[in-house]
Ligand binder design. Sequence first.
Ligand code: NDP
Length: 328
Amino acid sequence: MTSRTGPALVVTGHGGRDVLAVEERPAPAPGPGEVLVEVTAAGVNFIDVYQREGTYPVATPFVAGNEGAGTVVSTGEGAGGLAPGARVAWPQTLGSAARYVVVPASEAVVVPDGVDLETAAAVMLQGLTAHYLTTSTYAVRPGDVALVHAAAGGVGQLLVQLVRARGGVVVATAGGPEKCAAVRELGAEHVVDYRAVEDLAAEVRALTGGRGVDVAYDGVGKDTFDASLASLRPRGTLALFGAASGQVPPVDLQRLNAGGSLFVTRPKLLDHVATRDELEWRAGEVFGAVADGNLRVTIGGRYALTDAAAAYADLEGRRTRGKLILIP
Ligand code: NDP
């Protein structure tokens, strides 16, 4: 169907970053309901790390990457109205870290004119995540206080802004003075350098006049879970949405009783874009906010595919701010 070839980031076996290799591959052919996309940028995400390491099972070898944006070059039958030349983005299609990827039309959304493709790739997975966390997992109301961990990170920066856009107050955490300054600039009311405090929950309680927060958004996991739980007000909600520091070990549910009838949930994006309507609603709101200048997307680094190992080293090593993208 096509004689195009291009580089692809291949995970040759489960393991560390040394299993990554760039290979020249023929562009795959789109089947019914699919489109072939020339990728402008692919997002760098923790899910890529979990898949590479084998925590989330994917048989090797496979092409890495889940998120991206680019231009449709050809379509299979019944591609949902998408035609060559369409600018599209998608949050979770495996194989996105490549010049060419086949994307199910049902997983792609059209990128509006006011949003460039690099920004679209940067905001898809993390923007949709911050959106469902603040609208569905715990719908932030005016005056609510939200604890946001790793607030200088990809999801974190977007969470800070979306909580504030809904009238909430943010207690943010970040590692080190530079990251804390970046979070302050985004408008977080309180910023705690959690590498510098002994008792994070006590600090959060002090900042909330002893009351605790209505919701804790925790993508750090093992290292912050206990403090997140101890920071909640009675009947507060802990949304544990990731494990950047490692998985949280099993929890005694009596702790939820002792803490004051607490709620804990472990949500994931796929369950919140399960229908076409929901995907389009969330993507529409995120892209709309970006285009209107109400949601700032910080691209913290652009890497060639051949430098992907360095991008993941930076992400896994806590050296990044905002979002990293790969340019294939
Ligand atoms: P970030 O850009 O937030 O990077 C992770 C940050 O976590 C680091 O920069 C660091 O910030 C902090 N961190 C704390 N401890 C560690 C550690 N031991 N190792 C590495 N980082 C650490 O990443 P993302 O925005 O891409 O993802 C954040 C979390 O959200 C991840 O856990 C990811 O899996 C999850 N996620 C979940 C989704 C879902 O639907 N459930 C969807 C998307 C992401 P600092 O230096 O400030 O401590």
